[in-house]
Design a protein around this ligand. Structure first.
Ligand SMILES: [Zn+2]
Length: 106
């Protein structure tokens, strides 16, 4: 469960419950300032999601590792968004349809 500390209020927040992953885009289009905000502090959401209880980030608990920390065990999270590219169109060679033989009845 990737967690982070809200840059505004300092609570524990889950990346999936907030706008964490699109903060870069929000900064580009001017709807955000690039900070990682919990759902309540994020003006685009504005309320706590209630998936779990809101609580302050435990500073000295080794079980809590901010997803942006170099200590995050699953590798670095690139700050730049990955822009999806449209897959190149490859012409598909199709076999000509086989003629359907009709059986005549009667
Ligand atoms: Zn917050």
């Amino acid at each position: 469960m990737p967690l982070f500390k809200c840059d505004q209020c300092g609570c524990v927040e889950n990346t999936a419950c907030s706008g964490f992953w699109h903060r870069e885009w929000d900064q580009r289009d001017g709807t955000g300032d690039g900070r990682a905000l919990c759902s309540e502090c994020d003006p685009q959401i504005g309320k706590w999601h209630a998936r779990f209880e809101k609580r302050p980030w435990p500073e000295n608990d080794p079980n809590y590792i901010d997803v942006r920390s170099p200590d995050w065990p699953h590798g670095p999270n690139p700050p730049a968004p990955v822009v999806a590219k449209e897959a190149p169109r490859v012409p598909v060679k199709r076999k000509p349809p086989r003629g359907l033989k009709r059986r005549r009845r009667g």
